[in-house]
Design a protein around this ligand. Structure first.
Ligand SMILES: Cc1cc2nc3c(=O)[nH]c(=O)nc-3n(C[C@H](O)[C@H](O)[C@H](O)COP(=O)(O)OP(=O)(O)OC[C@H]3O[C@@H](n4cnc5c(N)ncnc54)[C@H](O)[C@@H]3O)c2cc1C
Length: 290
């Protein structure tokens, strides 16, 4: 009979972990070395979670990577990149890009997911963050998710069982979403396409989406706009090292090319504390500092 810690070691060694740099796996482009596990299929996910602690990432569009991460990263690959359709229900693997899901729905004259065309992440990340834009969010259309829990069991969770709020799904941190089903409405693909084009224009005109960034830094406090508070507190264009508050949209930060993870974090905390001391308003992070 194997002693449990030894059994764990033996189990761990059968998983192929690759060396990676977090900066290469995230939009913001900061973060040091880590190990990466890319499961080939659902069984791989189930086996891995039973014996390891981990951090799951999608497209890394909402993540500030640390210089050191001791837990391995789990990033779902090809087997989780698919879309199927059944009547008015679209099911997508968690690694599928949001933009592909939006395009697929448009091509099939199904409406509701247009906003996903302007969110640069994966389906897993969109559910975990309750991603949304221009008045719509994932929880409006989600029917259910399939996920792997920390015991390595595949479970289905109905949308009604998830405690969604603004940019949060309140799911356990160690739950790995592997797929999601959305309910969509029949519509006209031309209308859907023109809506997607106008959303993209709004986005391009108001946010620094062509730069190394990570989406909104803070959630909007109730009845307030985070960008206005940051602007009022005098932080538009504010820099620490290579990290800067965008001139174009104050609730976005930019890596000017040589920012370190520390620069980004120092900037985020300086702005949060500055808004609190100057305006008395507490802001909550939307971006995920790993
Ligand atoms: C230019 C730009 C514009 C953006 N605009 C918007 C916007 O309009 N609206 C909006 O809501 N967001 C926006 N974002 C933020 C970001 O794109 C979303 O939060 C997106 O949903 C994150 O998806 P991701 O796959 O990149 O997740 P990641 O950034 O990799 O991870 C985000 C969180 O989700 C978790 N996660 C990821 N995959 C899984 C999974 N399979 N199972 C469980 N948990 C998982 C991670 O652990 C992490 O906590 C923007 C970002 C950028 C860079």
């Amino acid at each position: 009979v194997l002693h449990l810690p030894f059994k764990r070691l033996v189990q761990k060694s059968k998983f192929k972990l690759k060396k990676c740099f977090i900066k290469n796996l995230t939009w913001l482009g900061v973060g040091g070395q880590a190990s990466l596990f890319k499961p080939e299929d659902v069984k791989d996910v189930c086996d891995f979670v039973k014996y390891n602690e981990y951090v799951v990432i999608g497209a890394g569009s909402n993540i500030v990577g640390p210089e050191i991460l001791t837990k391995p990263l789990v990033r779902l690959g090809r087997a989780f990149n698919y879309i199927t359709i059944e009547g008015q229900k679209i099911t997508a693997g968690a690694a599928t890009l949001d933009a592909y899901v939006a395009k697929f729905a448009m091509e099939n004259s199904l409406s509701g997911l247009e906003f996903l065309s302007v969110i640069p992440g994966t389906v897993g990340g969109a559910v975990a963050m309750n991603a949304g834009a221009y008045g719509a969010e994932i929880s409006d259309l989600l029917v259910c998710i399939k996920a792997v829990n920390k015991f390595g069991e595949v479970i289905e969770i109905s949308s009604k069982e998830i405690d969604f709020s603004y940019r949060s799904a309140n799911l356990p941190k160690d739950l790995i979403i592997i797929g999601a089903t959305f309910f969509v409405k029949e519509s006209n693909s031309k209308e859907i396409k023109s809506k997607m084009i106008s959303l993209l224009k709004l986005k391009q005109d108001s946010q620094p989406i062509q730069t190394k960034t990570c989406g909104s830094i803070f959630k909007n406090p109730p009845n307030q706009k985070a960008w206005q508070l940051i602007d009022q507190a005098g932080f538009r264009g504010f820099c620490i090292g290579g990290a800067q508050i965008s001139e174009k949209h104050c609730n976005f930060l930019i890596n000017n090319g040589n920012a370190t993870s520390q620069d980004i974090q120092d900037l985020c905390f300086a702005v949060r504390d500055g808004v609190k001391s100057k305006l008395g308003i507490e802001m909550e992070f939307e971006l995920v500092i790993l």
